[in-house]
Every structure is written in C-alpha cells, then in structure tokens.
Design a protein around this ligand. Structure first.
Ligand SMILES: [Zn+2]
Length: 349
C-alpha cells in the first residue's frame, strides 16, 4: 500500500484533504448533510442558486395526482444535478474525480494544473444548480487506510471494503450482505459500512437504520435534481453507468442516453467504453434490491444511476490513475450536457 497522493499529487481523497479543499472554495457553498453514526460531520457542496420548483406535494403524491409537476414545476427554472461520492468508502475514484472538479470549477484548472475547457464550458452552458456530496460514507472513509485501490491486489479491496468475519476470513460479495447491520458479525469492519455496520446502499429505504440515509434522501427531496449519480468503484470493470431497478422505462432510457453520451466522450478521449443495455423487465427471481439508487428516484423522480469506476487494481483491465480521472470528466461533462432533455415533460427544457 502506498500513499497515493505522493505518487499522484492530483489524487486527494483523505478526509483532511477534502476538508481543506472545501474550506478553500470561493464559488461553491459548503453545508452540513448530517452527523455520521461515528460522529463525523458529512459535508455537501452546492454551486448555483437553489431552485424553487414551487412544489405543492411530495413526489409520490404528485405521481398519484397523475402529474409530477405538483412536486417540481420547472418552467422558467434551471436544472439541478446531484453527485454522491464514496457511499462505499474504499471506492475513492469518484472522490478524486470530484476534488478535481472542484478545482476546475473554482480555478479553471484541475489538480494537475491542466485546463479542461470542454468540461468547464459544458458546466457553464448547463447553468445548473449542482449538489455534490464528496464523501457520503465519512465513517468508512475515516476507517479506510488506503487513499485508493491503485496497484492493490484484489484481496486488498475485499479486506478494506468488506472486512473480515470473526474467524479472520475475508468477507466477500454477496455473503457480506447476508448480515445487516454487519457490525457485530465481523472482526474488522470494512469501509463499505458506517460505524454502525450499515451499508448505506442497502439501508431500509422506507425506514432507515442510518441517519445518513434519512439525510441524503431528504436532500434529494428538497433539491429535486433531475439526475443523481452515485460514484462507485467496480473492481477493474470498464467505467459504466448501471441501469437502476424498480423505475419507469423512461428512466432506463434516460440512463441509457447519458451512458451513450459518456461513451462518445470516452471514445473521443481514447478511452475504453461500455454501455449497459436498457433494462425494461423485472421478471427474474430473486428480485434485485431496492437500493439507494432506486430510492433516489422515488423521492424526487430523478434519472438515477450507479456509476462503477475501474479501481486500478493490480489485475486484468487495470486503468491508470489519470485514465480513471479522465473517465470521471467524461461522466461529469455528459451530465452537464443533459442528453435526457426532452425525454419527458417533467424535466427542465
Ligand atoms: Zn460501491
């Protein structure tokens, strides 16, 4: 394990580095989401004015009234977009990406000192309200020793992410989800979890165990973003947007349109791409989980997806730190271009 930011100065994911960045922001405004189970403050950042969508009902009731506009009436308003980093706190690629995005939005240069004009232009043309939670699972991040999974063997990802059972063996997917909260079943609690052993991706969305879940769903409800992307790491997969479950077909279409826009930027930048096909049916048993990505959609109607980044593990299909960064730029730029525009009358024009 090496200290990533000594090798790659643009890779800053330690909580103190994130706080240092947040304290330096001039354009972005820093707010508190909530206090974590372990007593850590979880910040979020906003750019642009909060939009008043003049809702008279919550999203569910507005859908019941057969028009989501009763929740968010967007005529004459600007779009709101939301990005959530480090729900699983050993998956730090997105945090590195967001720290460089902050730098670009504040100074026009990223933490490598390089300008990324197409990304900044897309942001400016979008004119959006941007809501960013850089480290959602702050407990896990404080506990997670490595600053990245770059050059780590796959077992290290399992250890730092999922931890070890009482007998010392490594927890692993999918067994790590068979006990929840996991805290009392493990010897070493991985960075998947908050300090109570809750995997924030798989909390009870309707009756949350974690204050973090309650707070982030309220943030989504209050901000009414039309797109929410959760930044995750997916071993050495090629960076991609997953299709969410339990959402209407036009949301699948929206995620697909975004994924296509990301892929075209990836190709332009000489990077690999992978577009997950549109999903429309939920027929198989066992059913997929109703996870945080799905819950986001159901509190605000957003196009919601999980972004799985390559983690640069010492394994097949290993991407470099810089490639991982550029992949995130492709995602952010594609979001700012809002390729789902016009898909349904609910979103901004
Ligand atoms: Zn994850």
């Amino acid at each position: 394990m090496f200290n990533t930011d000594l090798v790659y100065p643009f890779w800053k994911t330690k909580p103190e580095q994130v706080w240092e960045m947040l304290h330096s922001l001039k354009k972005g405004q820093v707010h508190t989401l909530c206090t974590s189970a372990g007593g850590h403050e979880i910040p979020y950042v906003t750019y642009g004015e909060k939009q008043d969508y003049k809702g008279t009902a919550n999203y569910n009731s507005a859908c019941g009234a057969r028009n989501p506009k009763y929740y968010a009436h967007r005529e004459g308003t600007r779009p709101t977009l939301m990005i959530v980093g480090a729900t699983h706190a050993q998956e730090l690629e997105g945090v590195a990406g967001l720290m460089n995005l902050f730098s670009l939005l504040e100074t026009g240069r990223d933490l490598r000192g390089i300008e990324v004009p197409s990304l900044v232009k897309a942001y400016e043309e979008c004119g959006c309200r941007l809501v960013i939670v850089p480290i959602y699972n702050m407990d896990g991040r404080v506990r997670c020793e490595p600053d990245s999974m770059l050059e780590e063997p796959p077992e290290s990802l399992r250890y730092h992410g999922q931890g070890t059972w009482k007998d010392g063996t490594l927890c692993g997917w999918p067994d790590c989800k068979t006990v929840h909260p996991l805290k009392d079943a493990v010897d070493f609690l991985g960075a998947y979890y908050n300090d109570d052993g809750v995997n924030l991706m798989h909390d009870d969305q309707f009756c949350p165990m974690a204050e973090e879940t309650r707070a982030i769903l309220k943030l989504a409800k209050d901000e009414a973003p039309e797109c929410i992307i959760g930044l995750h790491g997916g071993s050495n997969s090629t960076n991609m947007l997953l299709q969410p479950d339990y959402v209407p077909d036009y949301i699948h279409k929206g995620v697909y349109l975004l994924a296509e826009a990301v892929a075209s930027l990836q190709t332009e930048n000489g990077l690999k791409s992978h577009v997950v096909p549109e999903r429309t049916k939920l027929e198989a048993f066992p059913p997929p989980s109703f996870n945080l990505t799905t819950a986001f959609h159901h509190v605000c109607g957003a196009i919601s997806s999980t972004y799985e980044s390559n983690e640069g593990l010492a394994d097949k299909n290993q991407f470099t730190a810089e490639e991982i960064l550029i992949h995130h730029y492709c995602l952010f730029e594609a979001m700012f271009k809002r390729p789902w525009r016009g898909l349904v009358p609910f979103f901004c024009e």
